[in-house]
Ligand binder design. Structure first.
Ligand code: PAF
Length: 283
């Protein structure tokens, strides 16, 4: 596995591979790798000649300084995992390498409602930050395919729109959410849960599954209210949002007549840790 931290070195290496006619798959990450990331890497390995994984905790997408500081980082451990998984190239730049002119605060594309609803409402500027770094990484790596998990569903929609509107020559591949045996969606943030919190956390998926099973049976309003109450019955769990929305526009759904396109999305605080999850309904 070849490791890079400088853009020019990675570009040089990738251009050699491209000249040999190799296809390139790309898995962008912020490190603290778990099985979810490995499933993206394995898919990329199966579909491309070369797999590149980036590890970069992007300060521009954090609207909360504390969250950025507490974000789990363990580069040495991540590199070991990547080596074992058979990743070909890694890219772990410093902040100054990615943003030599200081942290950018604007992005050319306005994603409209998509960037302002759900996550966008509670993490102002978050998706601009994601778009800035993903565009930059795609420009550096120039992959044929790039892999993103459905756990960050709204991020996936934003990145799809980014690629479409800028006509980027990359295929965006959506991968299923990986879950722990008890249903908790895999996330780097799970590492910050205490033992007690970790025991409570599976209720999120239990509730999402119930919502899926009862979609089209209970009214949207009743189901949403039930879900919020059920989650908040557990001490330490506070629902930031729980929405049933169109799976392309994320506009709220009020009746089940658009049911084939519905997704339930939620953000929940468990103590200090903010967890997000979603479930596609009727799928
Ligand atoms: O999903 C993530 O880990 C990040 O948002 C991403 C896509 C790597 C951009 O920093």
């Amino acid at each position: 596995m070849k490791q890079f931290s400088l853009i020019k070195d990675l570009r040089k290496e990738l251009s050699k591979e491209r000249k040999k006619g190799k296809t390139i798959g790309f898995v962008p990450t912020m490190g603290a790798l778990h099985e979810g990331h490995l499933s993206l890497l394995n898919r990329s390995k199966a579909e491309n000649d070369i797999t590149v994984c980036s590890i970069f905790v992007n300060p521009v997408q954090f609207n909360n300084k504390n969250d950025l500081e507490l974000y789990p980082r363990n580069l040495a451990q991540d590199l070991k995992i990547l080596e074992k998984t058979g990743c070909d190239l890694t890219f772990a730049p410093e902040v100054i390498e990615m943003y030599p002119e200081g942290l950018p605060d604007h992005f050319t594309i306005d994603f409209g409602y998509l960037e302002r609803t759900l996550e966008g409402k509670f993490r102002q500027g978050h998706f601009k930050g994601v778009a800035i770094v993903v565009k930059k990484l795609l420009d550096i790596v120039e992959p044929h395919k790039a892999y993103f998990g459905k756990k960050d569903y709204q991020q996936l929609l934003i990145i799809r729109q980014l690629a479409a509107r800028l006509q980027l020559p990359v295929e965006i591949i959506a991968c299923e959410t990986m879950r722990e045996p008890d249903g908790l969606a895999m996330s780097s943030r799970n590492l910050r849960l205490t033992i007690g919190e970790r025991k409570i956390a599976p209720v999120i998926y239990e509730v999402l599954s119930y919502v899926k099973d009862n979609s089209g049976i209970m009214s949207v309003k009743k189901l949403k209210n039930w879900a919020i109450k059920k989650i908040q019955k557990n001490p330490g769990l506070i629902v930031e949002y729980f929405e049933i929305a169109d799976n392309e526009t994320l506009l709220p759904i009020v009746k089940w007549d658009q049911k084939e396109k519905a997704i339930a999305c939620t953000s929940i605080y468990l103590g200090d840790v903010r967890l997000i999850d979603n479930i596609e309904l009727f799928s």
